[in-house]
Design a protein around this ligand. Structure first.
Ligand SMILES: NC(=O)c1ccc[n+]([C@@H]2O[C@H](COP(=O)([O-])OP(=O)(O)OC[C@H]3O[C@@H](n4cnc5c(N)ncnc54)[C@H](O)[C@@H]3O)[C@@H](O)[C@H]2O)c1
Ligand SMILES: Nc1ncnc2c1ncn2[C@@H]1O[C@H](COP(=O)(O)OP(=O)(O)OP(=O)(O)O)[C@@H](O)[C@H]1O
Length: 592
């Protein structure tokens, strides 16, 4: 019977004209069947069946129903895909037991079917996803091949008219200058490649036909040697093939959610990444070893520019002068401009190294690949032993991206109360995890006045407060009792640290709000602000900290895809809900 494979039913009518008989017959199967498989509802059906007849109906969730049994002494086979059960009624109480047995069997069968179906559905979804990724990849490659073929033919026989060239140069200039506000559903990488090197053609990527010769000098300085890419949101509503990022529409008087915000974001390179910045956890020999290997391998892959930090370059050069092709950022100015020169960032270390990498990019940040060489590795999902395969796939694209939102934090000093010179300390930070305000060495209760978009929220009296991004929800905020939030959920977490109150629950606020935490002028204790666990600064009475969502997220490349990576980390790194599985019920079935 087809309806058995549908998984969920309600037994609606075990009826009798007599109320007492009805109670009996309803009570018995109710006790013996599994409550999560069946819902029993009392519904008195027609009198005509008499006291010993128990017709019942199995009803689909969708409202269709099917009669299993009717009449006083009859049996009927219920069969579905090899799963079956015999329902038999007899005179006396025996029929009730058999009926309950039968229901129990059906319940078990349904449960098995439901489990198998869920597995099959999950597997099918995975295959569909792989297929779609493959389609995307081959479409992209085809497009690139076609572009290259067109380019070849134009080079060979059809010299470009100057007007064509100028138009293209204008478009290029416009596209470079308009990268800060991308169109809905599609973010463009920050610039076009300046050089047209041979390796681009070897890998089959689109090359810039004009060698960017027509960019003006100023633009040339800004653009330098960057690869370009697009970020697209998978359309959720495939029927409409919408690529936009609108959340809500208002059509013919009805407000409806058009496209959900939590979508997979895909990175597609338009030209291959040519400049890679490798960041290493300090004081780790295995990390340095891997860095050396990786540098040579990247060179073999025709990566033109490899950057490391000055201390790493010094270490490599000490070992061999063969490493003199490696570049570094010697000055603060070069470091400030690093985003303009780097296509991809690689971190070798733990979560702290990823936080460190993010802290170096005080504006837009290129895609980041984090190899796990730390102890916890919540955000570092790539296995270092598989770096060749992983990097090859990422540099070829497409790859899924988690846009990890950062918080912009600004300290506003009350000059009249500042106790010490803070002018040399930065007043603005971009944090990937959180900003925390604690009571430092003071043993007095902290006293923090909090406002959200100018509205008073509360006064934190306790050890302090954590204002966290969704990515930071699994770090300090988690330790303080905050909720675990998927990194793509747009929000700001407001988590107190050891509040001296029974009712101070953590909050999650929308991403568009601006928070202000202020120290009262007459506060007793101290307050210290830390930014991703670093850059501690003391705050005095009247000082304020302003926190809002930054427009510069960290685009972290996913190992599989955003939710899969996150849930694996929650389970494997945090051991979330780890508990021995309860043994299955092995007792024989004894009805009362
Ligand atoms: N009580 C606490 O749990 C506590 C106290 C202070 C700082 N921290 C966290 O440490 C972070 C700094 O990290 P670090 O490596 O530079 O310092 P660290 O070396 O002290 O390591 C802190 C630990 O937190 C883990 N971690 C960092 N970010 C994470 C994230 N987003 N999700 C899950 N785990 C994460 C790291 O893997 C590491 O094991 C801070 O941003 C803060 O969130 C936590
Ligand atoms: N390139 C870097 N320069 C300076 N400090 C760094 C750098 N990379 C990492 N750190 C710092 O080194 C510390 C340890 O790094 P990391 O957290 O990556 O290693 P771990 O503690 O072994 O790994 P995990 O975070 O998985 O436990 C962190 O505090 C981090 O801020």
């Amino acid at each position: 019977m087809d309806l058995l494979s549908q998984g969920s039913f309600a037994v609606l009518g075990l009826s009798s004209a007599r109320e007492s008989a009805l109670q009996d017959c309803v009570a018995l199967p109710c006790r013996l069947t599994r409550p999560h498989s069946f819902k029993l509802s009392k519904r008195i059906s027609q009198d005509r069946f008499g006291p010993r007849s128990f017709p019942c109906r199995l009803e689909h969730d969708n409202g269709k129903e099917s009669r299993i049994e009717s009449g006083p002494v009859r049996s009927q086979k219920v069969d579905s895909d090899g799963l079956g059960s015999m329902l038999t009624t007899q005179n006396g109480t025996g029929h009730l037991i058999e009926f309950s047995d039968a229901l129990h069997t059906v319940a078990k069968a349904l449960e098995e079917v439901a489990v198998k179906r869920a597995h099959a559905q999950a597997e099918a979804a995975q295959w569909k996803h792989k297929y779609e990724m493959e389609l995307l990849r081959s479409a992209h490659l085809e497009r690139l091949l076609a572009d290259n073929a067109a380019l070849d033919s134009s080079r060979q026989g059809y010299p470009l008219a100057m007007s064509d060239v100028e138009t293209d140069a204008d478009e290029l200039r416009a596209s470079n200058l308009s990268t800060q506000k991308p169109p809905n559903g599609c973010l463009n990488g920050s610039s076009q490649s300046k050089e047209n090197s041979s390796n681009q053609r070897v890998l089959g990527y689109n090359t810039d036909p004009f060698n960017n010769l027509y960019l003006d000098t100023q633009l040339e300085e800004e653009v330098s040697d960057k690869a370009s890419f697009t970020l697209t949101w998978d359309p959720v509503d495939e029927r409409r093939q919408r690529q936009n990022h609108d959340l809500v529409s208002f059509e013919s008087g009805n407000i409806n959610t058009e496209v959900r915000s939590n979508k997979q974001i895909t990175l597609v390179w338009k030209s291959p990444p040519r400049s890679i910045f490798i960041l290493l956890k300090p004081n780790a020999v295995t990390v340095q070893q891997l860095c050396k290997e990786m540098v040579w391998w990247l060179r073999e892959q025709n990566v033109a520019n490899i950057f490391v930090e000055p201390r790493v370059k010094a270490g490599l050069l000490k070992e061999s002068t063969d490493f003199d092709f490696i570049q570094t950022c010697e000055t603060d100015k070069q470091l400030m401009d690093i985003n303009k020169r780097v296509d991809l960032v690689i971190t070798l270390g733990g979560d702290g190294t990823m936080l460190w990498a993010a802290s170096l990019f005080k504006g837009p940040m290129p895609p980041l690949v984090a190899f796990s060489m730390g102890s916890l590795g919540f955000m570092t999902k790539f296995q270092s032993s598989l770096y060749r395969e992983s990097l090859q796939a990422i540099m070829r694209g497409p790859a899924y991206i988690t846009l990890r939102h950062r918080l912009h934090c600004q300290i506003i000093r009350n000059s009249s109360t500042a106790d010490g010179d803070t002018s040399s300390e930065p007043s603005e930070y971009l944090v990937l995890n959180e900003v925390s305000i604690d009571r430092g060495m003071s043993s007095a209760l902290s006293n923090l006045e909090c406002f959200c978009d100018g509205h008073f929220v509360t006064i934190v009296q306790g050890d302090g407060l954590i204002i966290s991004s969704p990515s930071g929800s699994t770090a300090y905020s988690l330790a303080a009792g905050g909720s675990v939030v998927h990194p793509q959920v747009p929000g700001i977490l407001f988590t107190p640290i050891c509040p001296h109150s029974l009712s101070f629950r953590p909050l999650i606020l929308p991403d568009y709000v601006t928070l202000r935490v202020q120290l009262p002028l007459n506060c007793r204790g101290q307050a210290w602000a830390s930014f991703d666990g670093k850059g501690r600064q003391q705050l005095w009475g009247g000082d304020a900290l302003i926190v809002r969502m930054s427009e510069w997220p960290v685009p972290a490349v996913c190992e599989k895809e955003s939710s899969g990576d996150f849930l694996r980390s929650v389970r494997e790194s945090l051991h979330w809900n780890r508990r021995n599985i309860q043994l299955a019920d092995e007792r024989p079935f004894y009805p009362n």
